[in-house]
Write a protein that binds this ligand. Structure first.
Ligand code: FAD
Length: 447
């Protein structure tokens, strides 16, 4: 079994805060629905905080699905604390600068990408590879992960919460709905159907081997596979295209976001047509079509978004939604997966501090700690999209650079939860539970 202290990482950075409680010391039974990054992250930190954890996951076997995913330094701090740095770092891309161009191919900004930043690393890599590593790490801690479990019902009483999974009734002190952007927990926990809506955008995505697809042979594309990882971006009205090489320039990920109001009731992704994709970059810098056309196949990912939910928790305070189930992100925030990790870490800490007798107070305090921060991070993603999609011809340098604010990336979710729990819980004990409010301050891009 792995060491809960994440010993291998502690020499690398002073990760500031890392409290590990004896196994099952709190007596709190946590059932988590979904083994994505949100569910796994919550499970690992819950184990570290002395809770007893069970994950119920619908997929029948672990598969390395998806393509590129980004974890900011705020989530990187958590992974490093868990001792995952060496594993993650080996499979992640290491980009020194982000080169952003306009549609004509003129370089608008060469943005340095310092890593580590604010005392922690960021990790950008293949979702499937990183997910497999986290999944196996959770298993190595002895976390009970049951696959092939389709959770169809949630319930709570004053003293318990639970689910029905494959017809079996399972009870716990708290149930965490980490079942992603098309969450059924959301309907079952909140008591009303809140369907995800189209964001108005879709993304053509691909991930492939450069040599196999001849990227290194084409004079228009060979620049991206020169023995190191590179990140090139092109921006135009309502479109941005990111081409990201990894594994020392051997793999390429193409991600092009464009206007699309199609129905989003289908699966999260399905095959896309290359001719539709290439139409988007007609008349653009010829490197764009050349890079995009190298992909052997495309995923057409309809980007789902939603207005902020009024609450992420049930009336009784024993059911909570985390990750995409509570708050899907635009990719331009580069924070969807990171905020999912922060959610789980924070929840595990507040449960430990509140104790088994006060689980509803912990859950309500968790929402209070997380709600405004998550919304600020979501808004940052919207402002980056607008900055790129509405850029004026004269916009260059900082005007098109990705903001890397310390409030976001320097955050330590574990430490913060320990620091603010008492004051946040006190407010609820004194005044009663109130629905969370949206933040008043809208962060400006570049702030
Ligand atoms: C297959 C897949 C591929 C993805 N690829 C990418 C990518 O390439 N790049 C990117 O940026 N993001 C990708 N994402 C989204 C990204 O993982 C999330 O936005 C982010 O990590 C937050 O994760 P989450 O755990 O909240 O949600 P998800 O990652 O969506 O995880 C939710 C989990 O809940 C499970 N689940 C759903 N319903 C039930 C149920 N009723 N009972 C039990 N389990 C259930 C799902 O099978 C899934 O494993 C992908 C998601 C999935 C599911």
């Amino acid at each position: 079994m792995s060491d809960l202290n994440g010993a291998s990482s502690s020499d690398r950075h002073d990760t500031g805060f890392a409290q590990v409680a004896p196994p099952n010391s709190t007596g709190i039974r946590v059932v988590i629905v979904g083994a994505g990054f949100a569910g796994l992250g919550c499970a690992v930190e819950s184990k570290r905080k002395g809770h007893d954890v069970l994950i119920l996951e619908k997929f029948k076997e672990l598969k390395a699905l998806g393509d590129i995913i980004s974890f900011g330094n705020n989530a990187g701090r958590v992974f490093e604390r868990w001792g995952l740095h060496d594993k993650f770092w080996t499979v992640c891309s290491h980009v020194e600068t982000l080169m952003i161009h306009n549609a004509q191919g003129e370089l608008l900004v060469e943005q340095p990408n310092p890593d580590p930043l604010f005392g922690a690393y960021a990790y950008n890599g293949h979702r499937g590879e990183l997910h497999t590593m986290l999944f196996e790490y959770a298993q190595s801690l002895g976390i009970d992960i049951r696959l092939g479990q389709d959770v169809s019902e949630y319930w709570e009483t004053e003293t318990e919460a639970g689910v029905f999974s494959n017809g079996e009734r399972i009870a716990a002190d708290i149930v965490v709905g980490a079942d992603g952007v098309r969450s059924t927990a959301r309907t079952l926990v909140l008591g009303y159907e809140d369907k995800p809506k189209s964001s108005g955008y879709a993304i053509y995505r691909s991930w492939f081997d450069c040599a196999e697809q001849g990227v290194d042979k084409d004079p228009l594309t060979s620049f991206i596979c020169q023995g190191k990882d590179l990140l090139y971006g092109w921006i135009g009205p309502d479109v941005h295209f990111l081409a990201h090489s990894s594994s020392d320039g051997k793999k390429l990920s193409n991600v092009i976001t464009h206007k699309d109001d199609a129905d989003i009731t289908e699966s999260w992704s399905f095959p896309g047509k290359m001719e539709d994709c290439l139409k988007i970059v007609e008349g653009w810098d010829p490197r764009c079509a050349a890079l995009l056309s190298k992909a052997p196949s495309l995923v057409d990912w309809k980007l789902v978004y939603r207005d902020p939910l009024p609450t992420w928790i049930s009336e009784g305070g024993r059911l909570a939604l985390i990750g995409d189930a509570a708050h899907p992100f635009l990719p331009t925030s580069q924070q969807g997966a990171s905020q999912a990790i922060e959610d789980g870490v924070t929840l595990a800490v507040v449960l430990q501090l509140a104790g088994k007798e006060s689980v509803p107070l912990a859950v309500r305090t968790w929402e209070k700690i997380r709600y405004q921060r998550v919304r600020r991070a979501q808004l940052l993603g919207e402002s980056v999209r607008d900055m790129w999609h509405k850029a004026k011809p004269e916009d260059k340098g900082q005007a098109v650079a990705i903001p890397k604010p310390e409030w976001l990336l320097g955050h330590d979710a574990e430490k913060h939860a320990y620091e603010v729990y008492d004051s946040s819980a006190k407010g609820i004990l004194q005044n009663g539970y109130e629905l969370p409010t949206l933040p008043v301050i809208v962060p400006a891009a570049g702030a």
